[in-house]
Write a protein that binds this ligand. Structure first.
Ligand SMILES: [Fe+2]
Length: 261
């Protein structure tokens, strides 16, 4: 049996279940989908994986920049180089993994025609935002700390020039009621066959959309874990804590599909 790659939904401060699941499944790699909010530096939370030489990859979520302490435990962790935001790395099975951490915020960029500035960005780069920020409000010479968890056009543009097999995002693609069509466009530009996201704490079945959108999409719920193979087939290793309560979103998707028939 091949050793699975585990995709982990928002841990929000808890990591024991990930360590246990990686051990039980003999995981070949562990991929975190953001909002880790570790109570200790990330490399300490995941020390058992590091000791067993299980590769860890992650993207940050919006909440990972909620405080100075959280920022330091993620961006200042010894695992900081495992953040795949804005780049492509190779997974143990040879697949190319790309990442887009953070969320869209109107202050910077909300890519929707109904949003502020009709979807145009206020800042295209973090540096541009930092330069427009009073020096005392900057964080680590960048924009205010909170916006380290914000998506800037520069990252999406850079990714669009790269190719990947799997794209992990904190925001959801367009299939999701709170998702973004821009992520569909990005996945299509990158030729990514699979998009896996966190953030929404649900695991909606989007398979009816896969053919039209050109990629398989999977959400992983709150502290949920899915093993997803090279063909994009997902096996739930651990059900997300709110997956059952969020079933109404599935009905929304089914309704929309019905309207489009
Ligand atoms: Fe989030």
């Amino acid at each position: 049996m091949t050793r699975p790659i585990l995709y982990c939904g928002d841990p929000h401060g808890r990591f024991h279940h990930i360590v246990v699941a990686a051990s039980h499944t003999k995981a070949s790699a562990v991929v975190l989908l953001g909002d880790m909010e570790p109570e200790r530096p990330l490399h300490l939370e995941l020390a058992p994986l590091i000791e067993r030489r299980i590769p860890v990859f992650f993207i940050h979520g919006n909440h990972d920049a909620d405080s100075d302490e959280l920022w330091m435990r993620v961006w200042g962790s010894e695992l900081a180089s495992c953040n795949v935001h804005g780049r492509v790395v190779e997974l143990p099975n040879g697949q190319r993994l790309a990442g887009l951490g953070g969320v869209f915020r109107e202050t910077v960029w909300h890519p929707s025609a109904s949003a502020a500035r009709a979807g145009a960005p206020a800042f295209k780069t973090m540096q541009e935002h930092a330069q427009a920020t009073p020096r005392q409000d900057r964080w680590q010479e960048g924009p205010p700390r909170k916006h380290w968890g914000t998506i800037y056009p520069e990252t999406v543009d850079a990714l669009a020039d790269l190719r990947a097999d799997v794209l992990i995002t904190h925001e959801a693609p367009g299939y999701h009621p709170n998702g973004f069509a821009l992520i569909d466009t990005l996945a299509q530009a990158m030729d990514a066959g699979v998009v896996i996201h966190g953030h929404h704490h649900d695991r909606i079945d989007s398979s009816a959309r896969w053919q039209a959108q050109g990629f398989k999409s999977h959400g992983v719920g709150l502290r949920g874990i899915s093993a997803i193979d090279a063909e994009g087939r997902a096996e739930v290793v651990l059900t997300g804590e709110l997956d059952g309560q969020r079933a109404h979103r599935q009905r929304f998707i089914d309704d929309v599909d019905g309207w489009c028939d």
